[in-house]
Design a protein around this ligand. Structure first.
Ligand code: URA
Length: 197
């Protein structure tokens, strides 16, 4: 029997998860990583192409945006726990390219026990939900990111729970990229400020 208080125990169990069909075409389960416990936990949507291959969250282009935004608000990536609402990459093949697909509410729900386990182990004071999929997974389908970004939302998950745009939205913002990045950084700064209040 493994140590149930250890994140590696859950990671090993999640590696064999068959709770939804996403495991089959994916390379591997991508569990969260970072210090345990940690004051801050960031939750993205799901691993992307690079993360699926590397087996680590936020190591591709969206991860680079996230690292930049964290640096802007004085957070070191190595000091925060980073994970995803859904632990397998969901994609469709277009030629040789694997194109990201948004997970369904049922797929998010199937994966939620892993997120709940991570919350229990990491015991963050602040959880920042990156994008609508993560926000709806933890806060319910009625949550509206456009209305409530950067503000604390009542939740049992942590002392403070906030939501902001997903870093990949910055990559997709075209000539409004600087504006999107500024919004992400402002929401992160407001979230981190809650810890000092
Ligand atoms: N997008 C996410 O939501 N998570 C990752 O790990 C990478 C890209």
């Amino acid at each position: 029997m493994g140590d149930h208080g250890d994140v590696t125990h859950y990671e090993a169990e999640a590696a064999g998860c068959r709770a939804c069909p996403l495991w089959a075409p994916a390379t591997q389960t991508v569990f969260g990583e970072g210090p345990v416990p940690a004051p801050v936990m960031l939750v993205g949507e799901q691993p992307g192409d690079k993360e699926d291959l590397a087996g680590r969250p936020f190591v591709g282009p969206a991860g680079h945006v996230l690292d930049e935004a964290l640096a802007e608000v004085g957070l070191e990536r190595s000091g925060v726990y980073v994970t995803n609402a859904v632990k397998h990459f969901k994609f469709v093949l277009r030629g040789k390219r694997r194109i990201h697909q948004t997970p369904t509410a049922a797929e998010s729900a199937a994966c939620r026990p892993w997120l709940t386990s991570e919350l229990g182990l990491v015991q963050p004071r602040l959880v920042v939900l990156l994008g609508a999929t993560a926000a709806k997974s933890l806060l319910g389908p009625g949550f509206r990111l456009t209305r409530c970004h950067g503000e604390p939302v009542p939740s049992d998950a942590a002392d403070f729970v906030t939501a902001t745009i997903h870093p990949s939205a910055v990559l997709r913002a075209g000539d409004r990229r600087a504006e999107a990045m500024a919004g992400l950084v402002a929401d992160l700064a407001a979230s981190v400020a809650l810890l000092a209040a």
